[in-house]
Design a protein around this ligand. Structure first.
Ligand SMILES: CC(C)(COP(=O)(O)OP(=O)(O)OC[C@H]1O[C@@H](n2cnc3c(N)ncnc32)[C@H](O)[C@@H]1OP(=O)(O)O)[C@@H](O)C(=O)NCCC(=O)NCCS
Length: 151
């Protein structure tokens, strides 16, 4: 598997991006603003992440996703570690990521990679998304923000 930065004239992997974020409008907005990285294997795209700088010191992982048939095989962890390396190499001190209160697996992955909960944006998913989002039998309502301080 190879992870590389997508060039601005290449089509983003929208099918993968929409796995992590059902809002095409929000995806299009942060793709235009940030940098998109893809994981490829045998010429196929199997993973993606998007990073956007929030300020001179902080970068946010706006989207991270693995193709459904390849989930649970350690690829998400490799993508997250690669996003942290991108942040380090570009001189950022803090990496942020947001996820839903119902995203149990994602909260597990991020904390296993060293992220700590920093804040909660109450009602984010009910305020910004038209559809009701359900995961693990829990309604996704609040955004849990997590942060990793880079040494
Ligand atoms: C979230 C996602 C990127 C993780 O990628 P993945 O390749 O499936 O995850 P990995 O196989 O690398 O797992 C990483 C770790 O998270 C843990 N994990 C994953 N799902 C879990 C769950 N439901 N419960 C507990 N732990 C879980 C694994 O145990 C693993 O830990 P380990 O290395 O100690 O075994 C992937 O599942 C995905 O694309 N989901 C849909 C899109 C999405 O929700 N993106 C994030 C939006 S915030």
């Amino acid at each position: 598997m190879k992870i590389r930065k997508l060039q601005h004239d290449e089509t983003p992997p929208n099918d993968l991006l929409l796995l992590a974020d059902p809002s095409r409008e929000l995806v299009d907005a942060y793709i235009a603003e940030g940098e998109c990285y893809v994981a490829e294997e045998n010429g196929e795209r199997i993973g993606v992440f998007v990073v956007v700088a929030l300020d001179a010191n902080t970068i946010e992982i706006k989207n991270i996703a693995v193709r459904e048939d390849r989930q649970g095989q350690g690829i998400g962890k490799k993508l997250l570690q690669s996003a942290i390396t991108v942040a380090k190499e570009n001189g950022y001190r803090t990496v942020e990521i947001g996820t839903g209160n119902s995203s149990i697996g994602q909260l597990s992955l991020y904390q296993k990679c060293g992220f700590r909960i920093s804040s909660v944006i109450k009602d984010f998913f009910t305020d910004y998304y038209d559809e009701v989002i359900m995961e693990n039998g829990i309604q996704c309502i609040d955004m849990i923000r997590l942060r990793l301080e880079i040494q």
